[in-house]
Design a protein. Structure first.
Length: 49
């Protein structure tokens, strides 16, 4: 399997590196959605009082 080959090649470094990459990609997606106005940014209060 591909996963077995990757783990044998990179060893225990693979898990934290993968978590880091997934986090960076997710953060980038959140920033992009905020800039396009699909998510509220800082200081925006969406409460309807």
């Amino acid at each position: 399997m591909v996963v077995d080959t990757l783990v044998e090649t990179f060893g225990p470094f693979l898990i934290p590196a993968t978590v880091f990459v997934v986090g960076v990609v997710g953060y980038g997606i959140l920033i992009a959605l905020t800039r396009y106005g699909l998510l509220p940014g800082r200081g925006h209060d969406d409460r309807n009082d």
